[in-house]
Design a protein around this ligand. Structure first.
Ligand SMILES: *[C@@H]1O[C@H](CO)[C@@H](O)[C@H](O)[C@H]1NC(C)=O
Ligand SMILES: *[C@@H]1O[C@H](CO)[C@@H](O)[C@H](O)[C@H]1NC(C)=O
Ligand SMILES: *[C@@H]1O[C@H](CO)[C@@H](O)[C@H](O)[C@H]1NC(C)=O
Ligand SMILES: *[C@@H]1O[C@H](CO)[C@@H](O)[C@H](O)[C@H]1NC(C)=O
Ligand SMILES: [Zn+2]
Length: 955
């Protein structure tokens, strides 16, 4: 899947939530930046909505169960070959049951690998029709005789249909197992489900699907593991006038009530898709005539699918060249769904998206919305080969799928929009985000043992930030070494394993071959040695360079160095670190660091800067003299230091300073140079980090001086944009300048720049007076809405709510929805909290992020906390099960916690609801406690010195 998920979107909330994520310990929350950009905040786009927390819980079952049906993994005695599936979703409610339902028939042909008298096949929440008194009918093929069924039952906990036979199935023979069933087409966003929307004044229903990771079994009985690949013959029955779509091309035309599809390639169940809707589509030009974009009729008619269509053709061509393998299927459909849990899902040949990740309306969407479409589409298309053609053997190696797709995503996006410098943003969207979670003692290695990941909950926990982003970076620094052509290696890997499954060492084998056969390419160690250190142990190093002695060392970086790492590492937490560096502005020879070593020419009076362009996944610390030299360089002429490194220096300083003996006010020295900085990337890095200071201080006495100081730093940037936009009448041309303009306005307003308040309130008022004509540029909507609502009262709020209800474009609705959380009026916030649990007002998929928006507001935070505590039982039951959003909810609401009292409340909450449970939020709750403890310590240590420094600076 793609990255991204609820929180995502434009957190806007200019003032309040502002650049969220941020620093330190604390912000394992990741994701969540603000602004219009909506962009990659949400990394995980794909299938499963993503978790932002670090480590998955271990555990699984405690004692080894005896019977095969008590194991969460299938026995290896049977292997599917092909399925015939017919599904008939009813898009009107069933009068007798009051439910939306689907009926279906499925036949699976499987081969017996080992003699057995037992059939175990996944099946969840399906009512099976009894055939001759049993749940399924078994037939022998090619002369094999099928034993009769002794007994059959549904094993609910492990989600199996179990069939015991009176005799044995014989190894080498094939059999067919047939079932008839009925299931509910629920609005739970899992398996075969329904999505609803309103068009032309009437309610419309779409039947659609989300199989990853373990929901195919909720659509039909199947061997639901990624390595159980098979060919699928799919038929959908549907009303005349509706369109049926699936992975393959339809073979019977569309004007029939039964649509049959060509057999799929050999593929995994989690990549299947079935959709019946009355959507419309657009088709690419002649050379791309198998590329289609589907959406609500109105969205298509208004051209909202055009941008995705424009970029898909070129990107597919790019990927064909990059992988040196043609697109494996006969067509490529992409469809935007009104209700969808993740950002997008790479179903083979029929990719599903949230509307905000596929549809783009130039008149309404911001630059961030557009970039999000670009990067999500690139990510999903990259999966058509990496992930779909060649698939992980089991979910423990999810990072292999996701990390590589996240890496290639940037190549594809950069190809389609070469002027955007998309690559520069990886530092913000990937590196800093992963650093934040991977620096916790509770983080986890990228790669987990296969036997540690079994149950659906454990699988869904694999979809976390680290999976998506860490390997991307680590791989990149490897692939960029010398001239290792990143093109040859995946090609031979893809060729060898097409339509098959792999484990990560298969990829290393192929990369190593490429290293050996690339002329002029040499590495000091094997690919396995280098890569395994990054994936088999959690975390990453901080490299310390002492410019007095030239000594260079590495150490496992922990946000809280006092925290206890109880996870042993086969490599003792040392890495093979590529050190690219410069001295006095000149690049020097690269080193590989493992043991402590000396670089003699790193001494002297000129500044030294390591991790050039942040090509490696590590932090850098220096002796104090070198820090000062760097600071001097920044304040005298910051442009001498490469752009990406300016962002990195800021981020390293903020994070190191906290505990690594660097005075806590050094960071504040660093922020001094910001008044001269005009580039987006360093500013964004600073804002995210400063956000932690703001979160920690915005309820206390230090806030007044902090705000005063930051107002001084941001004002020049605000004025700079006022000038270059000719008094806000234009939009800057550069892609990143557009983002920076948004930052300038949202931060200036937040820090109380009066001109900013007037600007945003006036724009909003103008819109209120003439609702049919919105004068606010799409880029600036989130921040303008938010600040005007924050400065306004019930009139502004009600107007925005009305506009939200009328919004027909998902991105516009998302901006309003986040901005509604910006009001400072408590009763409006409480009313909004109530709305968030009313599906008629706020879609279920948006419930968590809405509550989190409110919690991001300093006034809303305690209200949201009371709210979820009072309703935990209800929320958990209503929105629970395998839903992934609990961790985000807990993270979001507790982000500011920094007092003993809050810690006590948190522990009480854990105790009070132990019986109800926390589902996928279990780990997040533990982390919230860890984070709160760290925050308390941080505030105790830093409030004083920070206030003193600020008081000094501001006088
Ligand atoms: C699938 O259905 C087709 C057409 O109905 C039939 O010819 C074929 O034998 C079936 N295959 C299996 C595995 O049931
Ligand atoms: C499945 O059977 C149960 C028990 O009879 C019933 O409550 C449920 O509504 C059925 N589901 C569907 C989709 O028919
Ligand atoms: C799509 O491409 C066409 C042809 O190049 C162009 O006119 C149109 O503006 C593009 N649409 C979008 C939304 O980028
Ligand atoms: C899949 O890969 C495995 C391991 O390399 C190999 O033994 C098997 O034959 C392959 N299967 C197919 C269908 O290519
Ligand atoms: Zn993905």
């Amino acid at each position: 899947m793609a990255k991204g998920f609820y929180i995502s979107k434009n957190m806007g909330l200019a003032g309040l939530l502002m650049g969220a994520v941020a620093v330190v310990i604390i912000i394992a929350l990741a994701a969540v930046y603000d602004k219009e950009k909506t962009k990659n905040q949400n990394k995980p786009v794909d299938g499963v909505a993503m978790l932002t927390t670090a480590s998955p819980t271990t555990s699984s079952t405690l004692s080894t169960p005896k019977d095969p049906w008590e194991h969460y993994r299938l026995p290896d005695s049977l292997s599917p070959v092909s399925y015939n599936i017919t599904l008939w979703p009813r898009l009107v409610v069933n009068a007798s049951t009051g439910l939306y339902i689907f009926t279906g028939q499925s036949a699976v042909v499987f081969q017996c690998k080992k003699d057995t008298d037992l059939i175990v096949i996944h099946c969840n929440k399906l009512n099976l029709t009894l055939l001759n008194g049993h749940h399924a009918r078994l037939t022998g093929l090619d002369g094999a005789t099928a034993p009769t069924v002794k007994t059959s039952w549904l094993q609910v906990k492990t989600e199996y249909l179990v069939i015991q036979l009176n005799g044995k199935l014989t190894a080498g023979k094939s059999y067919r197992l047939s079932t008839d069933f009925q299931g509910e087409l629920a609005d739970d966003l899992k398996g075969f489900y329904r999505s609803e929307y309103t068009e032309d004044g009437g309610k419309k229903v779409v039947a659609t699907s989300q199989m990853q990771a373990t929901f195919a079994r909720k659509a039909f009985p199947c061997f639901d593991e990624p390595a159980m690949k098979a060919v699928f013959h799919i038929t959908l029955i549907h009303q005349r006038g509706t369109v049926a779509l699936s992975n393959g091309r339809d073979v019977d035309g569309t004007e029939v009530t039964m649509t049959r599809f060509e057999p799929t390639k050999r593929m995994s169940t989690y990549l299947l898709a079935f959709i019946v809707s009355d959507f419309d589509h657009i088709t690419g030009s002649i050379e791309n005539n198998n590329v289609r974009i589907w959406a609500r009729r109105k969205a298509i008619a208004e051209g909202h699918g055009n941008y995705a269509l424009n970029v898909t053709g070129p990107m597919l061509n790019f990927f064909e060249r990059y992988y040196n393998a043609s697109y494996p299927l006969s067509k490529s459909d992409q469809i935007a769904l009104p209700d969808f849990n993740a950002g997008a899902m790479e179903n083979w040949g029929l990719i599903t998206y949230r509307e905000t990740a596929l549809l783009y309306d130039p008149a309404i969407s911001s630059v961030g919305n557009k970039e999000r479409v670009l990067t999500v589409v690139a990510h999903e298309l990259a999966h058509m080969w990496f992930g779909n053609l060649v698939t992980l053997r089991w979910w423990n190696d999810l990072w292999l799928n996701e990390g590589f797709a996240s890496y290639v995503e940037y190549l594809g996006a950069d190809y389609a929009e070469p002027t955007w410098n998309i690559k520069e943003q990886t530092i913000l969207n990937d590196v800093h985000k992963v650093f934040a979670v991977d620096a916790l003692a509770s983080s986890h290695p990228l790669s987990r043992k296969e036997e540690e990941v079994n149950q659906p909950d454990e699988i869904s926990e694999m979809f976390n930030t680290i999976s998506y982003s860490k390997v991307l970076y680590v791989l990149e620094h490897l692939l960029q070494q010398g001239s290792l052509c990143s093109r040859t290696s995946p090609t031979s890997y893809l060729n060898e394993f097409a339509f098959n499954n792999t484990v990560y060492s298969d990829l290393w084998d192929h990369l190593q071959k490429a290293v050996l056969t690339t002329p002029g390419m040499s590495l000091p160690h094997t690919v396995h040695d280098i890569m395994n250190r990054w994936i088999l142990q959690m975390g990453f190093p901080v490299v310390t360079i002492d410019t007095a002695t030239g000594h260079i060392t590495q150490k496992h970086f922990l946000l809280d160095p006092d925290s206890v790492v109880d996870r042993p590492s086969p490599y003792n937490y040392t890495w093979l670190v590529p050190i690219k560096w410069m001295k006095g502005g000149v690049e020097r020879e690269q080193h590989w660091l493992l043991q402590e070593t000396g670089i003699s020419n790193a001494t002297g009076s000129e500044w030294v800067l390591a991790n050039l362009n942040v090509s490696g996944y590590y932090r850098v610390n220096y002796d104090m003299d070198n820090w000062e030299r760097l600071l001097n360089q920044l304040t005298t002429d910051h442009t001498v230091i490469p752009l990406i490194n300016r962002a990195q220096i800021v981020d390293d300083a903020f994070n190191l300073i906290i505990y690594y003996q660097v005075p806590s006010v050094l960071i504040l020295y660093i922020t001094r140079y910001l008044s001269q900085e005009r580039d987006y990337i360093p500013w964004e890095s600073a804002l995210r980090n400063l956000n932690y200071y703001i979160l920690m201080f915005d309820r206390g006495q230090a806030y007044g001086v902090l705000q005063g100081y930051l107002k001084m730093q941001i004002t020049p940037l605000f004025e700079y944009f006022r000038t270059i936009t000719v008094d806000w009448t234009r939009v800057p041309t550069g892609h990143n300048d557009q983002y920076n303009q948004i930052n300038a306005i949202s931060f200036a307003c937040r820090m109380g720049v009066e001109r900013c308040r007037v600007l945003t309130s006036d724009w909003f008022r103008e819109w209120m007076l003439n609702p049919d004509h919105n004068p606010i540029h799409p880029n600036l909507k989130t921040t303008v809405y938010c600040n005007a609502i924050a400065a306004g009262g019930v009139a502004e709020w009600d107007f925005a709510w009305q506009m939200f209800k009328n919004a027909t474009v998902a991105t516009e609705a998302a901006k309003l929805r986040s901005s509604l959380a910006c009001t400072k009026v408590p009763w409006l916030l409480n009313r909004y909290l109530d709305y968030s649990l009313d599906p008629a007002k706020i879609r279920k998929q948006d419930c968590t992020s809405t509550i989190n928006y409110i919690a991001g507001n300093v006034v809303g935070m305690p209200l949201a906390w009371d709210f979820i505590r009072a309703r935990w039982n209800y929320i958990y039951t209503e929105y629970g099960g395998g839903s992934f959003s609990f961790s985000n909810l807990i993270n979001g609401v507790t982000r500011r916690f920094s007092t003993e009292f809050e810690l006590k409340q948190l522990k009480q909450f854990k105790e009070d609801n132990a019986r109800v449970g926390f589902g996928s939020g279990t780990l997040a709750l533990e982390q919230a406690i860890e984070r709160t403890t760290a925050n308390i310590k941080w505030v105790a240590e830093n409030q004083e010195p920070v206030m003193k420094w600020l008081a000094n600076e501001c006088t």
